[in-house]
Design a protein around this ligand. Structure first.
Ligand code: MG
Length: 203
């Protein structure tokens, strides 16, 4: 499986990082080895001084597709969860400045925290999914699926022009504003609506 991550999909987050607003989705990949599931702890790597959380809605692909039209894209995912796109911000900044790829900043072990997935039929309105992240009991990020610049259907259509989507692939759809640094012993808890999906420690 592959993990596809969309960058720059919420305007206030783009502004907080000082990036340009994209006209097409920007995406990058994380390998399967980046996954952390079942609320296992996240181990802070020693190669970065600034590892930041980015809470994101994540969508699970349920069939193979290429050149998927936007109007059919909703039939290619069956479940939604919550993820953290952990980012070594200091390394990312260096990569961007030097025109290098981002993998050391984005694709390291543990950088793709994934909750359990909820069947999409269980949500009343997929275009109105509230989600938020608490750091040590205080809400630090909150967003709603309606605020995405590129919808999940647009993302699926766009990405599938370049790479075949396969069953079990997961798409991270970008983070709202409020990203910040984590430290050892932090507790992160995440919700979609009233459903608590993430609850893990940083070690
Ligand atoms: Mg992200």
């Amino acid at each position: 499986m592959k993990i596809i991550c969309i960058g720059r999909n919420y305007l206030p987050h783009i502004q907080e990082l000082g990036h340009k607003v994209p006209t097409e989705p920007t995406f990058f990949l994380k390998p399967e080895s980046a996954m952390v599931i079942r609320n296992r702890p996240f181990f802070l790597p020693d190669f970065s001084q600034q590892v930041e959380y980015e809470v994101e809605l994540i969508y699970r692909i349920n069939k193979v597709g290429k050149y998927i039209q936007e109007k059919y894209a909703h039939t290619y995912y069956d479940a939604i969860g919550l993820g953290i796109d952990f980012t070594a911000r200091d390394l990312q900044r260096n990569c961007i400045e030097n025109g290098n790829p981002w993998e050391i900043a984005k694709a390291f072990d543990g950088s793709a925290v994934m909750s359990q997935f909820i069947d999409k039929e269980e949500f009343d309105d997929l275009n109105n999914l509230d989600f938020h992240l608490d750091l040590n009991g205080k809400t630090v990020q909150s967003g709603n699926s309606s605020e995405m610049i590129f919808t999940i259907d647009k993302i699926i259509s766009y990405v599938s022009q370049f790479m075949t989507l396969k069953m079990g692939d997961v798409i991270y759809t970008g983070t709202p504003k409020g990203v910040g640094k984590v430290a050892i012993n932090d507790r992160l808890e995440g919700w979609i609506g009233e459903r608590k999906l993430l609850n893990f420690r940083v070690k």
